[in-house]
Design a protein around this ligand. Structure first.
Ligand code: ZN
Length: 314
């Protein structure tokens, strides 16, 4: 059994830039590259397996043909999606539905709860996270009147911050932010406000106000929580979230350390440094920008080097 390394898929966005190339060395399609879909089985951009017996196969196909690699799961689709986002400019202000709403209104898509690890950001960067309306009526009125300064909550950010963004939370990444996002495998987004921007052809992007008002949690519920930190031999493990949708951690590896997971498969993304994964006498190089899945039943393995990884599982 081998770890499953993945080829990312890139998405051009009006708010994108070149940081995915300059920071990670990825071969990006243009100077407006906004998203790296690093570990994806979503039909809008499945990643391909890079190595081993399944080389060249899409992660979606692998999920269907080899469920044993994922512990014979009950879910019909691979439930997670890991992205890196280069917010070179502000993203639209948006909100996502939950599973129940998306099932009905988005052709059986999953809902979208997501979370952000801030890899890097400019000085004085912030995000939009939640709103100030007390009732749905007030939310509707402020959206219709364009009272964005009053409505939207701004939160200052710095590298290393983590935010859990449940479905129903109005949110946006803002200019100068590089983020690793772990989310449910879903592409359903309701755009609330797009700063009246026009694309290259002069068009405004579509807004989805009725659906957005429908799904927004009112009043906003504070989601900030304190991560727990555990220091073990040659690794520091920070636990950011254990929710019904996913658990997310950061592993800070300094030296050689061993791991064993018997009851889940793991998604790993290297965000800093380099190292190696050792398993059954085999060595696999890891470097900043590598993304891989440790399959179910992989057994114990070791990591060595100096690197930081964001790790998730369902
Ligand atoms: Zn979002």
């Amino acid at each position: 059994m081998q770890p499953l390394f993945l080829h990312p898929v890139f998405k051009e966005r009006i708010w994108g830039g070149t940081t995915l190339q300059t920071e990670f060395g990825y071969d990006i399609p243009s100077n407006y590259t906004g998203e790296c879909w690093a570990i994806s089985a979503h039909p809008n951009g499945p990643s391909l397996i890079k190595n081993g017996p399944y080389e060249g196969m899409g992660l979606d196909e692998l999920w269907n043909k080899h469920p044993e690699l994922f512990g014979n799961p009950k879910e019909k689709v691979f439930p997670l999606l890991t992205k890196i986002l280069d917010a070179n400019q502000d993203l639209s202000v948006q909100v996502h539905p939950d599973d129940t709403y998306a099932q009905v209104h988005e052709n059986g898509e999953l809902g979208k709860t997501e979370c952000w690890y801030i890899i890097d950001c400019k000085e004085d960067a912030y995000i939009i996270f939640g709103h100030n309306a007390k009732t749905k009526e007030e939310l509707r009125k402020q959206i219709e009147d364009g009272k964005w300064e009053e409505l939207l909550r701004k939160v200052k950010i710095k590298p290393g911050d983590f935010f859990y963004v449940p479905s129903g939370t109005i949110h946006a990444l803002c200019e100068g932010t590089l983020v690793l996002e772990t989310q449910q495998s879903s592409d359903s987004t309701y755009r609330v406000y797009d700063y009246n921007r026009r694309d290259a052809a002069g068009n405004l992007r579509e807004l989805h106000l009725e659906k957005a008002i429908d799904v927004t949690t009112v009043p906003y519920q504070d989601q900030l929580s304190v991560p727990s930190v555990e220091k073990c031999k040659n690794v520091t493990i920070t636990t950011y979230v254990n929710s019904g949708f996913f658990s997310v951690y950061k592993w800070d590896v300094n030296g050689k350390t061993s791991f064993s997971f018997d009851d889940c498969y793991l998604l790993l993304s290297v965000i800093k440094g380099e190292g190696r994964l050792l398993h059954n006498g085999e060595k696999y190089d890891l470097k900043k920008g590598s993304h891989l899945i440790i399959p179910f039943g992989f057994g114990s393995f070791e990591l060595e080097g100096n690197c930081e990884l964001i790790v998730s599982h369902t």
